[in-house]
Design a protein around this ligand. Structure first.
Ligand code: URA
Ligand code: CA
Length: 432
């Protein structure tokens, strides 16, 4: 087989076979296919797309290009959740104990990564004592015992995706539906998921700016998952503003605990119930999505989800007392209130700019080497649909020895006001 023939075949819009797709992914992973040929191929896919069958073969070839996590010793159906990237997205921290309290095993391996705030494991490190590095067998035993554990990612998952994503980044081929769908789904499959729930975000602060694009991506990923033998569902949710009020690390842990107490932000709770229902249904702990949602509401309001969170924290050596005393977590020395300079109804809060503001305060990593300030971040006091008068507090910023001016300017730039009130739709679509 020759790579140049495969490039031409795709350029002509023809369907590649399983063997051909394996050849190019394996060759690219072990460096026998050079970047320039792979970039020509990516561009051909960009213009010619892939068939459903090609998408599955492509996804599975990437999933099998490196280590794969074996979760078979864990009893039950392992359901994983993936979000295409939100700002202040605290859902994983709420969902893990919440669905575990219904008996769905949550075996979460989470990366640190770059971004506006840390990843889930960085956030959890705000809890004193909490350990994210635990041996694989201990991890499996913990999930079997408590139904939930979260560890830092080890092993080399999907090396083909790492290389290809970096290549796409510099060749104008990031924004290709089959390439995005394959990239995301391969990582979930390599991480050992039996079933997958996807939260595809749409809006100014999201990867997908229009509902049509988000729908297309969601449908493509659901099709790949199901064809690959992993039951998959998706929702399309709104990112015309950050989720909840808190954006940061310790601040989001606090928000997650409030939500587990049944006192969280309405949008965060609603999204968790929707995603949680899909997880419980795919985990076969309910026979319909509506039954699953009712079960979750009970656990959220009778304290069992919160108890599960404490058990999960304690099992990984964290201090479960944080649920009663938030001051046990890192606290920022300095704070600054950003006041409204205009009035009207909040029409939009650009989530991306809010994320950059949080990062400028130290909440996230710009490079792999950057240190995160777990106490840093911000709290939104006004959300879309709220009325604002001049001088009202829009946002409180939290940091240690930082200049607040950049974050303040970003907050002002991210808030859009309007004369008429509008309430955003949080869940645009449920795809089963
Ligand atoms: N996220 C991914 O993991 N891969 C993509 O290609 C795009 C977004
Ligand atoms: Ca939040």
């Amino acid at each position: 087989m020759r790579m140049v023939d495969l490039i031409v075949k795709k350029q002509e819009g023809k369907e590649l076979s399983r063997e051909e797709i394996r050849f190019l992914i394996e060759g690219y992973t072990n460096d026998t296919i050079p970047d320039y040929q792979m970039s020509a191929f990516a561009m051909a896919v960009y213009f010619q797309d892939m068939t459903d069958q090609e998408r599955v073969e492509f996804t599975m070839a990437i999933a099998e290009s490196g280590d794969q996590i074996d979760l078979s010793e864990i009893e039950g159906i392992k359901v994983d959740k993936h979000s295409t990237g939100g700002v202040g997205d605290t859902t994983t921290l709420v969902l893990a104990p919440l669905v575990a309290s219904i008996g769905v095993p949550v075996a979460k391996m989470s990366g640190r990564g770059l971004g506006h705030t840390g990843g889930t494991i960085d956030k959890l490190e705000s809890i004193p004592g909490f350990r994210v590095e635990i041996a694989e067998q201990t991890f499996i035993d913990l999930v079997n015992k408590n139904k939930v554990a979260v560890v830092g990612q080890s092993g080399d998952l999907c090396p083909a995706d790492k290389k290809l994503y970096a290549l796409r980044d510099v060749t104008g081929t990031v924004n290709s539906l089959p390439l995005i769908a394959g990239s995301i789904m391969s990582k979930k499959i390599a991480a050992g998921a039996d079933a997958i729930v996807l939260d595809v975000k749409v809006g100014a602060g999201a990867f997908m700016k229009s509902i049509e694009d988000a729908e297309e991506l969601a449908h493509a990923m659901v099709a790949i998952g199901n064809l690959a033998g992993r039951n998959t569902m998706a929702i399309i949710s709104d990112m015309s503003q950050p989720l909840g009020f808190a954006v940061g690390n310790a601040l989001e842990i606090e928000e997650a605990i409030e939500t587990l107490k049944g006192k969280g932000p309405a949008d965060l709770e609603e999204l968790c119930l929707e995603l949680g229902a899909q997880m419980v249904y795919l985990g076969e702990r309910a026979t319909s999505l509506s039954e699953a949602k009712e079960l979750l509401k009970v656990k959220l309001h009778n304290g069992e989800a919160l108890e599960k969170f404490k058990e999960f924290i304690a099992a990984q050596d964290g201090n479960p007392e944080v649920v009663n005393d938030y001051s046990l977590m890192p606290q920022a020395k300095d704070k600054k209130e950003v006041l409204a300079e205009e009035e009207g109804y909040v029409a939009e809060i650009n989530a991306d700019s809010i994320g950059v503001a949080a990062m400028s305060l130290g909440a996230g990593r710009a490079t792999k080497e950057s240190e995160i300030d777990l106490a840093a971040g911000l709290i939104l006091h006004k959300k879309v649909g709220d009325t604002v008068k001049k001088g009202d507090i829009l946002v409180t910023l939290f940091a240690n020895d930082k200049d607040f001016s950049e974050a303040e300017a970003l907050v002002h730039a991210s808030y859009q006001f309007r004369k008429q009130k509008n309430k955003p739709t949080l869940i645009h679509e449920v795809i089963t």
